[in-house]
Design a protein. Structure first.
Length: 250
């Protein structure tokens, strides 16, 4: 079965609702903002502490001034922020909060048989798990990264001129109490719907407790949109403790 081939495969657990069906129907992945994630410390701007170094802020001011698109903007920046590091810090902090909130975050696992993930993210095994082959849509999945699980989340010193890329770190660090999720993450510059190549959907797994009416809706979409993919029904293994996937006859 293709689902056993884990190389370049990602799995996303989804709730049994119309929103999930719409994702399948129209071949997209929804990217929520960090504010919609279940971990309040996940990709939070609170993990960034803007530097108190006035020299750093002065360098950032000159960069902001030089990069301004026109004389009117430069005049505005000069009037309100030249030699005013505290006001400039306020501007940067407010801008950083807005900047981070615009990014969309989609979370995946490398495991389709994770009982806890089925329980939490697929509504107690009533939802589905979608398998994606990242090779079949390389441009879309190019920036996918594994989560770096850490014992303690450290506050990061944010230097907007010397090291602006440090803001990326907050998207890929989580406390190690989440490490059993084996999360792989994809971050996009904006939230919302991002279209994918339907060919990268290789299978859909029905949860152990999926309702009959929901199963019928999934079957209908699979028959119309994903003839190349396989639909599986989850069953409890009889010879050992675990879950097995049985191909569904479409």
């Amino acid at each position: 079965m293709e689902i056993q081939n884990r190389e370049n495969q990602l799995f996303r657990y989804r709730k049994p609702n119309e929103f999930t069906l719409d994702e399948l129907e129209h071949s997209y992945i929804y990217f929520p903002s960090s504010n919609e994630l279940n971990d309040p410390f996940d990709a939070s701007h609170l993990l960034l502490s803007l530097t108190k170094n006035n020299s750093e802020m002065e360098s950032f001011y000159h960069q902001l001034y030089e990069m301004s698109p026109n004389e009117l903007t430069r005049a505005y920046i000069k009037k309100y922020y030249e030699n005013k590091p505290d006001l400039l810090r306020k501007l940067v902090v407010e801008g950083t909060v807005k900047f981070i909130s615009t990014y969309g975050i989609a979370c995946y696992s490398v495991s389709p048989v994770h009982i806890v993930l089925w329980a939490i993210y697929a509504d107690n095994h009533e939802g589905i798990c979608i398998q994606y082959d990242t090779v079949r849509d390389e441009p879309f999945f190019r920036e996918v990264r594994r989560i770096d699980y850490v014992e303690k989340l450290e506050i990061i010193n944010y230097e907007p001129f010397s090291n602006p890329q440090v803001t990326n770190d907050i998207f890929y660090k989580k406390l190690n109490l989440w490490e059993k999720e084996f999360e792989v993450r994809l971050v996009k510059p904006k939230t919302g719907k991002h279209e994918i190549n339907p060919e990268c959907v290789r299978s859909v797994v029905l949860g152990l407790r999926a309702k009959e009416d929901y199963i019928e809706k999934v079957i209908d979409i699979m028959r119309r949109k994903y003839k190349h993919a396989t639909l599986y029904q989850t069953e409890i293994m009889t010879e050992s403790v675990g879950l097995s996937f049985i191909p569904f006859d479409l």
